[in-house]
Design a protein around this ligand. Structure first.
Ligand SMILES: Nc1nc2c(c(=O)[nH]1)N[C@H]1C(S)=C(S)[C@@H](COP(=O)(O)OP(=O)(O)OC[C@H]3O[C@@H](n4cnc5c(N)ncnc54)[C@H](O)[C@@H]3O)O[C@H]1N2
Ligand code: MOO
Length: 401
């Protein structure tokens, strides 16, 4: 067990992620791959668009034949191409997404066209133009790399892969985790708490955060502050990739989690990171299993799950980008002089400004629930007032857009 000073946040995250490898992979139909990370690059097996198309509803004519009038000789609708070849002075009706006929090279918008029978002329001095043509392969070509591995499959990437001609992808497995809540004061039933009890809310909160990045979540507890109870509970988590404990991470007489984990065979990697809230976070390993000991205070648990658990889940799931990305925003309000720990103040996003909430207690769930941001107050940094640019993590999507 280390008694060395608390680690810096970036150093602790680097140390944690440096020892994680992605899980194995499987091939899935695209319809089941949402939220997974690519295990292989994806190459297009077709060209998009496959031929020159019209981007607008209107009329197609030869390149250079911009002014008219023209003779309307046919139609190309989406899925029903015109098979002939256009001569100068000829035009066809064309719809958005329809193939251009041979020799066509300009489009006149429907709004700019005056059609009388089969004779077409322009309105208001407008002319036909090549601007409304989508050229074959401008989006991608057969053989192009559409996405490299490590990309998250979101709605738009699933559409891209499908348009590329593929119906399956290789993705990494998602980790299995267990979340164990500990503490004699915790009640599993929020509607049935005595004066000395509070509802056990951290496990459900962390499960909700982790859900999109996991294949299985076992919620265990609340487990009593008792070595035998902890040991029995730990016996149930042999199969998971990650064990998350909530509470009992500090220095109190009833903080029994660390000794129980050590008795179970876990080796502590590090304990304490210089962040506020969340300082007593602990990282340990037991064989291939990773253990994250999160502090019990609800806000501390949330912040450490955001900064450590989500990045670890992404790394196991094969993500290229694991850490949340910060953005700079103008401050509205005040930030105090920085202390020994990096502060992660809960704040709201108000008209493009980062506004710290008044209530910054690490147990305050009402304030946490109003937060959109973590506003960073660097260690030993200066006090800041409205207008100063501050670094922030957006809480939505785990800080990763
Ligand atoms: N003398 C010191 N005391 C404390 C220190 C310290 O350095 N020296 N660190 C403080 C900090 S910082 C934190 S954070 C807390 C973390 O303590 P623990 O991880 O040991 O958490 P507990 O004592 O078990 O609980 C703290 C608080 O959170 C509530 N809690 C716990 N689990 C849950 C849960 N599953 N759902 C909802 N609420 C939960 C618990 O009732 C306590 O109120 O230690 C400080 N103390
Ligand atoms: O770090 Mo504790 O999380 O300050 O309350």
């Amino acid at each position: 067990m280390t008694t060395s000073p608390a680690l810096d946040l970036a150093e602790a995250q680097k140390r944690l992620l440096g020892r994680i490898s992605p899980l194995g992979s499987e091939r899935l139909p695209l319809s089941d791959a949402l939220g997974r990370y690519l295990a292989e690059p994806v190459m297009a097996v077709r060209t998009q668009p496959p031929a020159d198309l019209s981007a607008m509803d209107g009329y197609a004519m030869r390149a250079g034949d911009f002014v008219g009038p023209w003779n309307v000789v046919g139609e190309s609708a989406a899925g029903h191409p015109y098979l002939g070849e256009l001569a100068m002075g000829e035009t066809i009706r064309i719809s958005t997404g329809a193939l251009l006929p041979r020799k066509a090279g300009a489009i006149l918008l429907q709004e700019d066209a005056d059609r009388r029978g089969d004779t077409l002329s322009t309105l208001n001095g407008e002319v036909a133009t090549a601007r409304h043509i989508r050229r074959a392969g401008f989006d991608f070509e057969d053989g192009d790399t559409l996405l490299s591995n490590g990309h998250l499959l979101n709605a738009q990437r699933i559409a891209l892969i499908m348009a590329g001609g593929l119906s399956q992808v290789a993705v990494h497995h998602l980790p299995k985790i267990a979340i164990m809540e500990t503490g004699d004061e915790l009640s599993a039933d929020p509607g049935n708490c005595t004066k000395h009890q509070i509802p056990a809310s951290n496990g459900t909160m962390i499960a909700a955060l982790a859900r999109p990045l996991t294949s299985q979540i076992d919620l265990i507890g609340p487990v009593a502050d008792d070595p035998a109870a902890l040991s029995e509970a730990l016996g149930k988590v042999e199969d998971v990739d990650i064990l998350v404990t909530c509470g009992g991470a500090s220095v109190g007489d009833h903080d029994l989690v660390r000794p129980a984990l050590e008795a179970w065979g876990a080796k502590i990697d590090f304990w304490r990171v210089a962040i506020k809230p969340g300082k007593p976070i602990m990282v340990a390993r037991r064989g291939r299993q990773l253990i994250l000991g999160l502090p019990g205070n609800p806000v501390s648990g949330y912040v450490t799950a955001f900064l450590f658990l989500l990045p670890v889940l992404r790394a196991m799931a094969g993500a290229k980008q694991c850490l949340p990305q910060s953005v700079m925003m103008p401050l509205r309000g005040k930030m105090p002089v920085g202390g020994q720990r990096l502060e992660l103040q809960r704040g709201r996003l108000v008209n493009g400004h980062a506004e710290p909430l008044h209530q910054q207690d690490s147990s305050a769930l009402a304030a946490l629930s109003q937060s959109d941001l973590l506003i960073l107050g660097p260690r030993h940094g200066p006090a800041r007032t409205s207008g100063a640019m501050v670094e922030c993590y957006q809480l939505q999507n785990g800080g990763i857009a």
